[in-house]
Design a protein around this ligand. Structure first.
Ligand SMILES: Nc1ncnc2c1ncn2[C@@H]1O[C@H](COP(=O)(O)OP(=O)(O)OP(=O)(O)O)[C@@H](O)[C@H]1O
Ligand SMILES: [Mg+2]
Length: 300
């Protein structure tokens, strides 16, 4: 057994002894399809359902999570790593008791960390698994090496698409690139599709059916359906107000769809099926450390 394998087994053993967080990574092929909105609103709705939720913003776009939550974090992940701040100091409290961690310059910065630095970060984030029931990671659009690596390291992934043809083909392209990676394993990562900006829930389900059939036929990959969110002007109105639509317009169609999805995620049967996937943020980071090790040994 090599060192990385030993490390992973140790973490798994530790995690079996404590109740670790469920980590949900939100991604998409094409940008601008609603990832940050979905991350924020799922967080609000999961919190309403009694979960302790923390959002980790691994994206650094313009309309990013902190703007949508109307908060301004003082510190970010880099302050934890390099400037002596504690984990609790870098968590900002958002509305509806949501915790928020800014990833600083985001996922590319993570990808540039050395293996030792990544492992240090894993240790620093270990406590996060105690502080949250659910950790939602907003990754940004997916066809970059660093995002794909992060997705492959995750046990539960939400892939967002809209009915726009380019969004569907980019979602497919992401999955195609993902399954080609040696790091990706069908048994370790479950992928759930969310259809956003649809005219009806039926259209959302059909969109999923189409994508899932092609993915099944050509990539031999199973993807699940998590839910559909209608096109709803209240979403953009809420973004302007810097409030999640679930709080600004709780009775809007989009907010109701988000609640529905949060409910599905919490549904007992789903949780049961997911139990073995609930491995915590430290497991995700130990995977990233493992990938880094494999890559550097390939370069040796
Ligand atoms: N269901 C919806 N109905 C109407 N507008 C929506 C909906 N979902 C998202 N939008 C709009 O689409 C825009 C992009 O959403 P968002 O920022 O969440 O996408 P993203 O995937 O995170 O983008 P990026 O790839 O840039 O990070 C937002 O300004 C929002 O107003
Ligand atoms: Mg975003």
């Amino acid at each position: 057994m090599d060192q990385a394998e030993e490390l992973r087994r140790m973490i798994e053993k530790q995690n079996q002894q404590k109740d670790v967080a469920r980590v949900i990574t939100v991604t998409s092929g094409k940008g601008g399809v609603g990832k940050s909105n979905i991350s924020v609103n799922l967080a609000v709705q999961l919190s309403r359902l009694g979960k302790r939720v923390i959002i980790l913003d691994a994206d650094f776009g313009l309309a990013n999570v902190e703007i949508m939550l109307g908060i301004r974090p003082k510190y970010n992940l880099a302050d934890l790593m390099f400037h002596g701040k504690t984990l609790r100091e870098i968590i900002t409290e958002g509305p509806q008791n949501i915790g928020f961690i800014s990833g600083g310059s985001g996922i590319d910065e993570l990808a540039n960390l050395s293996r030792v630095q990544l492992d240090d970060l894993r240790k620093m984030l270990y406590e996060l698994d105690d502080l949250a029931d659910v950790i939602i990671v907003d990754t940004g659009a997916g066809i970059s090496d660093s995002v794909l690596e992060f997705v492959a390291a995750s046990s539960e992934v939400i892939l967002v698409t809209t009915p726009e043809p380019t969004s569907i083909t980019d979602a497919y392209a992401l999955l195609k690139t993902l399954v080609k990676r040696s790091q990706f394993s069908i048994d370790d990562t479950i992928i759930k599709i969310v259809s956003n900006r649809v005219d009806s829930i039926l259209e959302g389900k059909e969109l999923y059916n189409k994508l899932s059939m092609v993915v099944q036929n050509y990539l031999h990959l199973n993807v699940e359906f998590l839910g559909a969110i209608p096109m709803d002007m209240n979403v953009s109105k809420a973004v302007i107000k810097q409030k999640p639509v679930s709080l600004a317009y709780p009775n809007s169609d989009a907010a109701k769809a988000m609640y529905e999805m949060a409910n599905v995620l919490c549904n007992e049967a789903v949780v049961e099926e997911e139990k073995h996937k609930k491995k915590g943020i430290s497991h995700l980071f130990s995977n990233l450390v493992k990938f880094k090790k494999n890559r550097s040994s390939l370069n040796d």
